[in-house]
Design a protein around this ligand. Structure first.
Ligand SMILES: NC(=O)c1ccc[n+]([C@@H]2O[C@H](COP(=O)([O-])OP(=O)(O)OC[C@H]3O[C@@H](n4cnc5c(N)ncnc54)[C@H](OP(=O)(O)O)[C@@H]3O)[C@@H](O)[C@H]2O)c1
Length: 369
């Protein structure tokens, strides 16, 4: 008889009513080379909202919203194929409790973080073949999840499960952006959406590389961003960004802009990158369709990078930073799994700094050791 588990199942594009709370969902069994993880905690991401709303559909041109879009959406998921029913959840921390045939039994009982990018073992660098846990594969908004053993990365840390669940998607995305843009010691990096899931890790991980950070965020979040390593904090959309930079860092330009906001501020962001500098994006919460003046791009010898699929090495590096205490969690709040909808409403209100996490076990908020 198939064992059952609790799961928050997304049944289609639309409002919060598309989430179905189930206590009778089949518990997944690990196949060859896979492990089953007892999920203890799982962080929320905009991709959960975006997929629910159908934001990835090309006909949607608005900011990420709290309300369903009017547009007639055919395929609103990022792979272009609608995946319902789907268990979302990309920020998984849990304990391996079963291994499938051929999977490393040494993983049994280990606390792990899940690397969300499931790559083709025969072609791990083929971006086209990479699939994302919580989008194209079932994720962590459930008591159990099955992933390839290679994606269950053991982590040794005194942090709680909920704290560890702040890292996987946002942390790996931030580190991937900084790597792609080649951020290095001494450079000035301007981070947008710096108070958010990806943004707070962009601040911390850029500092870790010895770069200097200008953070854009709502003023009530500046103090926290200073604690995370931002040298200069400016509001979301400064009226004169170049002037503000000149006043605060002594020059009107930065070396790299790491952007997850996009929308109306995009032309201004490009205009404050030094000649030969780089812009990297992995998100567009304020709007995916932007105005690009090609003269700014070519006359200033800029390089534009998109960044989504990251390497296995990128994730293992992130875990090593966590283990060495070189990056810290910013856990804003926890909610029990069954209250995921309330948690997502709080996430959409953007009053918090860092990450919101749902928990599956009571001990998920306890520190280890
Ligand atoms: N490509 C990938 O692999 C990947 C991975 C993770 C996330 N993403 C994308 O990256 C973007 C940011 O994700 P996140 O998880 O960091 O987001 P988040 O936690 O929601 O934070 C985004 C921050 O941006 C700021 N913001 C500025 N303009 C905004 C606007 N118009 N609406 C809402 N917030 C605005 C808010 O901070 P202030 O209030 O302080 O201004 C907010 O805290 C999203 O588009 C997400 O889908 C992509």
């Amino acid at each position: 008889m198939t064992e059952k588990m609790r799961a928050m199942v997304l049944t289609g594009h639309g409002g919060f009513d598309k989430y179905s709370w189930r206590t009778d969902w089949p518990r997944p069994e690990p196949g060859p080379g896979e492990v089953r993880i007892r999920v203890h905690a799982c962080g929320l991401n905009n991709t959960d909202v975006n997929t629910r709303l159908g934001w990835y559909a090309p006909e949607v041109r608005d900011a990420t919203s709290a309300e369903p879009y009017d547009a007639e959406i055919e395929a609103g998921s990022w792979s272009g194929v609608d995946p319902f029913p789907r268990i979302q959840g990309a920020d998984i921390c849990g304990v391996v409790e079963a291994v499938g045939p051929g999977a490393d039994s040494a993983l049994l009982g280990r606390r792990v973080l899940v690397d969300d990018w499931v790559r083709d073992p025969a072609a791990p660098d083929d971006l086209e073949k990479a699939r994302f846990v919580g989008s194209e594969l079932d994720g962590g908004f459930a008591d159990y999840v099955v992933v390839p053993a290679a994606n269950a990365v053991p982590v040794e840390s005194p942090l709680s499960d909920a704290e560890l669940a702040t890292f996987p998607c946002s942390g790996a995305t931030a580190e991937g952006m900084l790597s792609r843009a080649g951020v290095r010691e001494g450079q000035w990096v301007l981070v947008t959406g710096a108070s958010g899931g990806v943004g707070n890790f962009l601040v911390q991980l850029a500092r870790r590389r010895g770069a200097r950070v200008v953070a854009l965020a709502s003023p009530d979040k500046h103090e926290m961003l200073g604690e995370l390593g931002a040298e200069v904090c400016l509001p979301r959309s400064p009226r004169d960004l170049a002037g503000a930079l000149r006043a605060r860092i002594g020059q009107p330009v930065v070396d790299v802009v790491a952007d997850v906001v996009g929308g109306a501020i995009f032309p201004t962001l490009l205009s404050v990158i030094r000649r030969g500098g780089a812009y990297v994006t992995s998100g567009a919460i304020a709007g995916p369709v932007v105005e690009l003046d090609l003269r700014t791009l070519y006359l200033h010898d800029l390089t534009l990078h998109g960044s989504t699929v990251t390497s296995a090495e990128n994730f293992r590096n992130l875990v090593s930073y966590i283990e060495r205490g070189e990056v810290r969690p910013t856990l804003a709040a926890t909610w029990p799994l069954e209250e995921l909808v309330a948690a997502q409403k709080a996430f959409l209100a953007k009053k918090h700094v860092g990450k919101i996490v749902v928990t599956m076990v009571p001990e998920a908020t306890e520190r280890h050791g």
